[in-house]
Write a protein that binds this ligand. Structure first.
Ligand SMILES: Cc1ncc(COP(=O)(O)O)c(C=O)c1O
Length: 371
């Protein structure tokens, strides 16, 4: 089976982890945490990095540090992982859904202003499958309406908008280092930002709200800390980030080259203003293929090729059908995200992929078309 994703632990991971074990620094203090935070935030062209336990906790921390809570609304894309909606709800605010752009699969800036109300506090820009959002348009709307912009960069380490790295553009940006991400620490996350005060609050909430004097608390914090062992892996991964991003782009370019003349799939784009890092190589099935997404995925599984369906939109989540005032209004029209769910999937995209494996995947995909 060609797996849909695998990490590449081909740097100094073992050496740094060994150092943690030898020196007994395995918990959430230790030199690798600050080294990882500094190196990764510098890569993102941001001044501060606060390491935390996952991309999910990174988003919750971002909400909390920005003071977003009860009575507030946050604009999120309908097409995203459910964590975007869940963390807004966990913070006490309400997610407001906006459809995505047909080409980039990211939040459509043209549809945002119609959803802004006096309660809106932030826009969450989720960079999908490696392609960045149109951040220039999103930042202009946010500045005009005095809203925060939270970037969710879980799937887009190293992606760029007009030469600027994602993570350093919005007010606060969240990364995931889960095992399938471009950089991984197994489980892990980081929030990066440029504002000193926001950075201080992120650290405070990440670490149980500990202040001086110790054990006297003025905010309700969480234990969202990353361990030194995970940060050691993260540092080693960050040392190789350029190679990893280039490998992802090579995988994307190789698929593009092998599939470009086959008209039965719509391939991912790279807008002129964007650098796509092809976290996952997503494709959308055209009617001419004569197969549903589920049929294509199960035929490929039988042929030894692992795939994953695109995300199910928030507007179709059974969870949000309940009458709960915290849940998003799912009654709008979200034609693009619903269509992506019906016809989208991604092909094997792991960092260790070889040209021969990509050729095999493409050959198997082409074999699936009914004659
Ligand atoms: C867009 C997006 N946001 C957030 C997350 C959450 O990250 P984690 O799994 O590290 O909690 C993911 C994870 O896959 C994601 O794809």
């Amino acid at each position: 089976m060609i797996p849909v994703c695998e990490p590449a632990l081909d740097g100094r991971e073992a050496q740094y982890v060994h150092d943690c074990l030898e020196t007994n620094w395995i918990s959430s203090a230790g030199k690798y945490i600050s080294m990882f935070e500094e190196k990764f935030s510098a890569y993102c062209e941001a001044r501060h990095g606060v390491a935390c336990s996952s991309g999910t906790t990174a988003i919750h921390l971002a909400m909390t540090a920005l003071g977003i809570g009860v009575g507030d609304e946050v604009i999120i894309p309908d097409f995203t992982l459910i964590v975007s909606a869940n963390m807004v709800i966990l913070a006490g605010a309400r997610p407001v859904l906006v459809d995505v752009d047909k080409r980039t699969w990211c939040l459509d800036p043209k549809l945002i202003e119609a959803k802004i109300t006096p309660k809106t506090k932030a826009i969450m820009a989720v960079h999908m499958y490696g392609h960045p959002c149109d951040m220039e348009s999103i930042m202009a709307i946010a500045r005009k309406h005095k809203l925060y912009v939270i970037e969710d960069c879980a799937e887009a380490h190293g992606a760029e908008v007009n030469g600027r790295k994602v993570g350093g553009i919005g007010d606060v940006s969240c990364f995931s280092f889960y095992g399938n991400k471009i950089l991984t620490t197994g489980e892990g996350g980081m929030v990066v930002c440029n504002d000193d005060e926001i950075a201080k609050r992120l650290r405070l909430y990440c670490n149980q709200g500990f202040q001086e004097p110790r054990f006297v608390h003025s905010v309700m914090g969480y234990n969202y800390r990353l361990t030194n062992v995970q940060a050691a892996i993260g540092l080693a991964q960050t040392e190789m980030v350029e190679q990893k991003v280039e490998k992802k782009r090579w995988i994307g370019a190789t698929y593009n080259e092998l599939l470009k003349d086959w008209s039965h799939l719509t391939l991912p784009v790279e807008e002129t203003w964007a650098k796509n890092v092809y976290w996952m190589y997503g494709v959308v099935i055209n009617d001419s293929l004569g197969l549903t997404k589920d049929q294509l995925m199960s035929m490929l599984r039988e042929k030894g090729v692992d795939t994953r369906a695109f995300f199910c939109p928030m507007s179709l989540q059974p969870l949000f059908k309940g009458a709960d005032s915290r849940f998003p209004d799912i009654l709008g029209d979200f034609p693009v995200s619903v269509d992506l769910w019906n016809r989208g999937l991604y092909l094997p995209s792991g960092l260790p992929l070889t040209r021969q494996q990509i050729e095999t995947v493409v050959e198997k995909v082409k074999e699936c078309k009914p004659q």
